[in-house]
Design a protein around this ligand. Structure first.
Ligand code: NAD
Length: 498
């Protein structure tokens, strides 16, 4: 039996009754301060017991010269409270500023991004009145590793990293979330028909872990048709788990088609900490106008109150919010003649929710939170025994401004040592040598695949010497990738057309 790790910070209920829970709050940029003020006011009047530490993040910090957008001292607060209630921030354009959200999520190991997208028909206009989907997005990996390089005049690269522990954590979290929240089905979206190794691993882990949850219906969709189906008939989905990029894009789509991107909150959950935020950004054009909808941040606050063990407050605020929506008291983004009764600004909306505390909705389904709910627990990742890894070749990427791959092959021929063979040359992944098609468009970035004779397999020094020979011969090697077999299984994809 594996040891277990809490996916939520351990907060003793007995302590909660006596003393406020420390949380870190950032008011953010743009509409951030307005919606944070409104949301905290509702939570406090509803009886939230919180000890708030404020930190500065975002535009001001960036422009003061910190490219991460967060001061060193803010990390101390986050690591101490382990709970971050964060308003949206503005990332200045250009200038090498790193996304603060990605930094916080990854630095604190917040691997699961949970985004409920719910329709509130007939009170908020939507084409999908029955929609009630929770998107569980992997939060730390994929193209968001942020590892990008320029290789040549024409070619730029972004690395997509998918790991087994990352897949296991997020997929198991999705199933556990479904169990804990009475959800019936978990769907997985990937593009493993194209990215057979990276998305292929995500899908494989989904099947492996899914087998441990026979009571939950499960299915996999290729992300393109899955996304089309989500936009068309979202009511057929329940929980959807996906890698980072697809989850980022599709959770905005899902929130918007449910009614408004301004309505959705999200939780970022890790083993050591959690962050709660609206899914929308800082909407700078709305800033200072008291027009923004605070609902996304307020509903994120509801998730936070559950997380810190104050479920009664979460339930009371959520039901009062549903009453407000049901009564047609709406901010401009969801205000619609025939649906709404009163157009209000940010602070008046918060006051309307406060006025309804203690009430339950009569037409929308009231929420009821389990006061004894336990945090979701995940097993500590158990690494598998290492595979037998054998070096069998190397992909050498060359920046070369020529056009005829036959000429490149001729140039390489005298440099290639005995025991190593040039197997194929590709351009943007498609085979152009030997026997390429003249129609294939080529850029200045050539992948030359060299395979080693069996007797040389595993010989790393041989590869290093070979690279030296290529450099000495004046070839502009911009990148190499070793080719390995793992327990005899190919650890690299074949070229398109190979
Ligand atoms: P945005 O989500 O801030 O706004 C897009 C549009 O959506 C707005 O113009 C507005 O019409 C509407 N909208 C958003 N939130 C609303 C609300 N609460 N009430 C009513 N309408 C609302 O997206 P953007 O304009 O692309 O980004 C603005 C800034 O926000 C950028 O600097 C971006 O980097 C940042 N951003 C931050 C976060 C975050 O902090 N979590 C997330 C996304 C974007």
């Amino acid at each position: 039996m594996n040891a277990v790790v809490q996916t939520l910070p351990l907060i003793e209920p007995a302590t909660l009754l006596d003393s406020p829970v420390p949380i870190t709050v950032a008011y953010g940029d743009g509409i951030g301060p307005e919606i944070m003020k409104a949301s905290l006011k509702v939570l406090e009047v509803a009886g939230a017991r919180l000890a708030i530490e404020n930190i500065a993040i975002g535009e001001g910090v960036y422009l003061a010269g910190d490219s991460a957008g967060i001061e060193a001292s803010a990390w101390d607060s986050l690591r101490q409270t382990k709970v971050f209630y964060k308003a949206p921030i503005t990332t200045p354009q250009g200038g090498g500023y790193k996304s603060l959200n990605v930094t916080v999520r990854k630095s604190l190991g917040l691997f699961a991004n949970v985004r409920p997208c719910v329709a509130y028909a007939p009170f908020v206009a939507t084409k999908h009145p029955k929609m009630d989907v929770v998107i569980v997005r992997e939060n730390e990996e994929d193209l968001y590793a942020g590892i990008e390089h320029r290789h040549s005049d024409e070619v730029y690269q972004c690395l997509k990293l998918i790991t087994r522990p990352g897949c296991e954590k997020i997929v198991r979290y999705a199933f556990e979330y479904a169990l804990a929240n009475g959800r019936k089905k978990v769907t997985c979206f990937t593009k493993d028909n194209i990215m057979k190794m990276t998305d292929g691993l995500f899908h494989k882990v989904f099947d492996e872990i899914g087998a441990e949850y026979p009571a939950i219906e499960q299915e996999h969709w290729i992300v393109d048709i899955g996304a089309a189906k989500l936009a068309d008939t979202p009511e057929v989905f329940d929980v959807i788990v996906m890698p980072n990029l697809y989850g980022d894009i599709l959770s905005d789509v899902a929130a918007q088609i449910a009614g408004s991107v301004g309505l959705a909150g999200s939780a970022n959950i890790g083993a050591h900490a959690a962050m709660f935020e609206a899914i929308h950004g800082s909407a700078p054009r709305l800033a200072g106008k008291d027009k923004a909808n605070p609902s996304g941040l307020l509903l994120a606050g509801v998730m936070m109150m559950q997380h810190v063990g104050q479920s009664a407050v979460a339930e009371s605020v959520h039901n009062a919010w549903l009453c407000t929506i049901e009564d047609g008291v709406h901010t401009y983004d969801i205000y619609k003649l025939g649906f709404s009764t009163q157009l209000v600004g940010t602070q008046a909306f918060a006051d309307a929710v406060i006025a309804r505390l203690g009430r339950t909705p009569s037409r929308l389904l009231p929420v009821s939170y389990d006061k004894a709910a336990k945090p979701i627990e995940l097993p500590v990742y158990a690494p598998r025994p290492p595979a037998r890894k054998e070096l069998v070749g190397v992909d050498v990427f060359v920046h070369w401004a020529g056009h005829d791959p036959d000429l490149l092959a001729l140039r390489l021929a005298p440099v290639v040592p005995r025991g190593i063979d040039l197997q194929v040359i590709t351009n943007r992944g498609v085979k152009v040598w030997p026997n390429g098609l003249p129609e294939t468009f080529c850029t200045d970035h050539w992948r030359c695949r060299f395979v080693m004779d069996q007797g040389l397999a595993g010989n790393n020094t041989m590869v290093a010497h070979f690279l030296l020979r290529l450099a000495t011969a004046g070839l502009d090697v911009v990148k190499t990738e070793n080719l390995y077999l793992f327990d005899g299984e190919r650890g690299f994809s074949l070229a398109q057309g190979q």
